[in-house]
Design a protein around this ligand. Structure first.
Ligand SMILES: Nc1ncnc2c1ncn2[C@@H]1O[C@H](COP(=O)(O)OP(=O)(O)OP(=O)(O)O)[C@@H](O)[C@H]1O
Ligand SMILES: [Mg+2]
Length: 343
């Protein structure tokens, strides 16, 4: 495991009390909208948060907070701002979860992971700012498109696996769901919402069950229900297995049914792939995000005819079988383009 790294380069970031959140003193509040009643009802466009961030619109709403698109009046830029609702300001679990989210994201630095700019406490409001992501969530994308082609599915999940490889060097996300992955206009992805990430606390003990039941249950690995504190990266890999199934069929797997019953256009190898991805026993799943991505890409290559399904690894074949496999590979007509409606 690499050493945990804390960003220090950003002037906006403060680590005053070790929590990762800057505390601010009470302020004049010219047309500031820090009042409790306002926050409970949510901010309106034009409201000023912490005397600096002017609300443009609401981007998303969760169980414990809200995410707004705001104009940073000091820097003249548009960013996203996530709040913890003040009714949770004295709730240790909720605050712990919020702080953990800030700390988890600050340890990560990858193009596939959202970047935090600042974390503050202003009066009763706990919030952090982050880069604004112009795009849609995987949930919105799936709603609009229905079943996705194998090409789109493999492309999105491969990018997600790249981000997860980085995440897994320091933590486990534990809340991977279509709502927490954004697709950007340039075709890239960003992983969000690290509120349930598993982190080591400074004393070496691990955060335990805090908030772990808040994850979306249909994406959670079976072991998360029993011992959420102890799960490892294979729990995240289970979640992306569920997302893979859902992308291809527009429904989440209940009792596992072979996907080719629903999508006969897909190669049968996708059944074997998903069976492994969705194994109840973590030991039977893919062990790493890279393994998951490589296996998925292999399925895609079989689909496009780039490799033969039953050729196996060349090393395991005899001489004549290798020649035969080579011949069959050459004889395959490779489609010019897989007609797959991407972003
Ligand atoms: N940086 C961002 N740029 C654009 N939209 C964002 C950004 N962050 C979040 N969103 C939108 O807001 C929604 C909610 O964000 P997020 O998942 O972080 O919070 P949440 O699910 O409410 O959090 P929690 O699970 O901690 O209650 C996302 O699904 C997405 O639509
Ligand atoms: Mg979320």
């Amino acid at each position: 495991m690499p050493k945990l790294r804390i960003h220090t380069g950003n002037k906006e970031q403060g680590m005053t009390d070790g929590s990762g959140i800057d505390e601010e003193s009470n302020s004049k509040g010219r047309r500031d909208s820090g009042g409790l009643s306002k926050i409970v009802g949510g901010y309106q466009p034009g409201d000023l948060i912490a005397e600096r961030y002017e609300v443009i619109k609401l981007l998303g709403k969760g169980g414990m907070g809200m995410v707004y698109l705001v104009q940073d009046t000091k820097r003249e830029r548009r960013i996203a701002l996530k709040t913890l609702l003040p009714q949770y300001a004295t709730n240790q679990r909720a605050v712990g979860r919020f702080v953990r989210e800030v700390n988890a994201v600050r340890q990560l630095d990858h193009p596939g992971i959202v970047k935090i700019l600042a974390a503050r406490q202003h009066e009763s409001l706990l919030f952090y700012t982050m880069e604004y992501l112009e795009g849609k969530t995987v949930r919105e994308y799936m709603k609009k498109r229905g079943r996705l082609g194998l090409g789109s599915t493999v492309r999105i999940l491969s990018l997600l696996c790249n981000a997860l490889e980085h995440v897994h060097a320091v933590t486990v996300h534990r809340d991977i769901s279509p709502e927490n992955i954004m697709l950007l206009a340039d075709g890239t992805i960003k992983l969000l919402d690290f509120g349930l990430a598993k982190l080591q606390d400074p004393t070496g003990a691990q955060f335990t069950q805090v908030g772990t039941t808040l994850g979306r249950i249909q994406y959670n690995a079976p072991e998360q229900a029993f011992n959420a504190a102890d799960v490892d990266q294979r729990a995240d890999l289970y979640s992306i297995g569920v997302i893979c199934y859902e992308m291809l069929t527009a429904k989440v797997p209940r009792a596992y049914e072979p996907i080719t019953d629903i999508r006969p256009d897909l190669p049968k190898e996708v059944n074997t792939f998903l069976k492994k991805a969705l194994a109840r026993d973590p030991a039977e799943r893919f062990a790493t995000a890279a393994e998951f991505r490589d296996a998925l890409n292999r399925v895609y290559k079989i689909h496009t005819g780039e490799i033969q399904p039953d050729a196996g690894s060349d090393e395991s074949l005899g001489f004549f079988a290798r020649i035969l496999a080579l011949f069959r590979r050459k004889a395959t007509v490779k489609p010019q383009h897989v007609s797959d409606d991407d972003f």
